[in-house]
Design a protein around this ligand. Structure first.
Ligand code: DLL
Length: 429
């Protein structure tokens, strides 16, 4: 274990959680107007929260709150104490902006170091970090954790697969981090180039940032002859490093509960579900300074397990996340909300309100196709309109479209119920 707290008794852990929850509530209430407003709407004050047993008295925070408080309405410290900013796409309009103090960056590096150690990565080993650097939390989150652990980081970032493979061969990384789909793509590309991916030196890949199924993980493990370890996290809470599987059991992801308090609620009612039941994961930060977040509705569907684990870690485990409560589609690791596409489409005068989004998995990579009807009175060329749609969507989504088709009025099937279905996700078919 990287830190002795990982093996702490449940009683000790809960005492720490309760103390930190009180401090977080206090900090949020004192420094963020938004929370003061929410508390008064609920008729509570920080004194009502004595420990984790009171957590469900607190108001939820949602992604819409990040949008409404854009850019820095949720920050709890002055700008000079913010050492870093990251961002992730929001449902509409602006991205969600997240911030970190020096202390937050230290905590993040530590939970990432713990996560990597749990995944089986050791001090002195070499880690090729193929998560994207930049506003996305994947690249820098992993980077700092790898250094904190005392391993060597190769910051390749995303893309440039040929170079990525060459680096793996020449610098002999023991471990790599990337999205599960990119991992498979890399294995396929190696094969196309006459390199047996199983001969690459990798022993571990740490995969996350998008959902994947067990068969997909088996394929990764087989293709590269590695352990593929699931890591979970989200920008609003910190980034990667909220929870991770341990290599010993590889059965559920230990949530670093001394920093993030997990609950599972019914996505419809917001009420806590029975222990072990499936529902929406809700997270409260316990130590974040720049951006304390109370009861964040992640939109991720999972369940929590309390049984002790073979590895000796006492933190509860969550299931691999495979579903969402909302319209988030993660395409090649990039977060895209269907509502962002909707916004672009309704702004285009020559496009009728009928369009569909088709997602496929070709080999190991996601592809996204848009089919849209032009208006009855549009007399331009379909090619021009396709180019326009493509340009507008790519600007807005930061993801390349694989195909845009403009068709005549009435071509796209209408539903009989009147409920439109725009997204057709064929990736798990
Ligand atoms: O994806 C942070 C991250 C980077 C996690 C690298 C793991 C590795 P966001 O861009 O804010 O942050 O996206 C967060 O991605 O709410 C989930 O829906 C999804 N997600 C993240 N990890 C997993 C995972 C990063 N292991 C959103 N399995 C989350 C399934 C995941 N979904």
């Amino acid at each position: 274990m990287y830190h002795e707290i990982e093996g702490a008794s449940r009683e000790r852990l809960e005492r720490i959680q309760s103390r930190r929850l009180r401090e977080t509530v206090e900090r949020a209430y004192e420094n963020v107007d938004f929370y003061r407003r929410k508390f008064s709407e609920k008729g509570i004050t920080p004194e009502d929260i004595e420990g984790v047993e009171d957590v469900s008295k607190l108001p939820f925070t949602t992604k819409e709150d990040f949008r409404d408080e854009y850019p820095d309405g949720l920050f709890a410290v002055d700008h000079e104490d913010v050492r870093r900013i990251h961002a992730s796409s929001g449902t509409t309009g602006k991205p969600k902006i997240v911030s970190y103090t020096d202390g937050d960056l230290q905590v993040w590096a530590e939970v990432m170091a713990r996560s990597l150690a749990a995944a089986g990565v050791e001090e002195g080993e070499t880690f090729q970090n193929a998560y994207g650097y930049g506003l996305f939390t994947g690249g820098l989150g992993f980077h700092d954790g790898i250094e904190e652990l005392g391993a060597t980081v190769i910051p390749t970032g995303g893309g440039n697969t040929a170079r990525q493979i060459e680096m793996l061969q020449d610098l002999e990384a023991d471990a790599m981090g990337c999205t599960p789909s990119y991992c498979l793509y890399l294995a396929e590309t190696a094969e196309e180039r006459g390199i047996d991916p199983r001969e690459l030196p990798l022993e571990t890949v740490v995969i996350g940032a998008e959902p994947f199924t067990d068969p997909m993980r088996d394929e990764i493990e087989r293709a590269l002859d590695v352990n593929a370890i699931d890591i979970y996290g989200l920008s609003e809470i910190i980034g990667p490093g909220v929870s991770v599987e341990c290599v010993e059991a590889q059965e559920g992801l230990h949530v670093w509960e001394d920093h993030f308090y997990p609950e599972i609620v019914d996505p419809e009612t917001g009420e806590p579900v029975d222990p072990g039941e499936e529902g929406e994961l809700v997270l409260t930060t316990l130590t974040k300074e720049a951006l304390p977040v109370l009861r964040y509705r992640t939109g991720d569907i999972t369940r929590l397990h309390g049984e002790t684990c073979d590895c000796g870690r006492t933190a509860r485990r969550m299931d691999n996340v495979t579903g969402r409560t909302d319209d988030l589609l993660i395409v090649r690791g990039v977060n895209v909300y269907a509502s962002q596409i909707e916004e672009v489409m309704v702004d285009l005068e020559d496009v009728a309100p009928h369009y569909r989004i088709d997602l496929y998995r070709e080999g190991s990579l996601d592809t996204m196709e848009i089919t849209a009807e032009h208006h009855e009175d549009y007399d331009g060329s379909n090619d021009d309109l396709e180019d326009l749609i493509e340009r507008r969507l790519e600007e807005r989504l930061n993801v390349t479209l694989d195909e845009v088709n403009v068709v005549g009025p009435g071509v796209i099937d209408r539903t009989e119920t009147g409920k439109v279905q725009r997204v057709f996700d064929h990736r798990e078919e």
